[in-house]
Design a protein around this ligand. Structure first.
Ligand code: SF4
Length: 134
C-alpha cells in the first residue's frame, strides 16, 4: 500500500514540513509539504534527501567501542557501562565541563531533548551541541 505521511524535517531548526513517500511500510522518498506555513512547498537539498539515511547500509545499528585500535560491536549494556565509567573517571579529575555531548539530526526531537537535559541536569555541563548547527 502506498501512503504519503506528513512529518517535519529533522535536519535543522527551521522545521520544514515534508511528506514521506511510503510503500508497504518502506520509506522511499521525501516531498515538500505545500501547505506547511514554514516552507510553503520548498525544501533545501538536505530536506529533499531526508529519507536516505533511514535505509542506508552504512547506518550504525549497534554501539561500537574501540578495542586494541579497532572498532568492535558491543551490547548496549556494555557500551553504556563503559561510557559511564569513562565519564566518571574524566569528571572526577577535571569536573563536569571536561565532557560534552553531541546530539544528532538523525534521532527524534524527544531524544535530543533528553540528551541536553541529561547533560545539564545530571552531568552539570552546558557542553551540548547538535550537527544541525554545523
Ligand atoms: S534542513 Fe532544509 S529542509 Fe530541513 S528544516 Fe532545515 S531548511 Fe528545511
Amino acid at each position: 500500500m502506498y501512503k504519503l505521511v506528513p512529518s517535519v524535517c529533522s535536519y535543522c531548526g527551521t522545521g520544514c514540513g515534508v511528506l514521506f513517500k511510503v510503500l508497504d511500510g518502506k520509506l522511499l522518498g521525501t516531498l515538500p509539504l505545500k501547505t506547511h506555513p514554514v516552507n510553503e512547498g520548498k525544501l533545501c537539498i538536505k530536506g529533499w534527501n531526508l529519507h536516505e539515511f533511514v535505509n542506508s547500509p552504512l547506518r550504525l545499528k549497534a554501539p561500537l567501542i574501540r578495542i586494541n585500535g579497532r572498532f568492535a560491536k558491543v551490547t548496549w549494556d556494555r557500551a553504556i557501562r563503559y561510557t559511564a565509567e569513562k565519564f566518571r573517571e574524566v569528571m572526577s579529575q577535571h569536573g563536569p565541563d571536561s565532557v560534552g555531548f553531541l546530539a544528532s539530526a538523525k534521532i527524534t526531537n524527544e531524544d535530543n531533548y533528553l540528551i541536553q537535559k541529561f547533560a545539564r541536569a545530571v552531568v552539570g555541563t552546558n557542553n551540548v551541541d547538535h550537527c544541525a548547527r554545523l
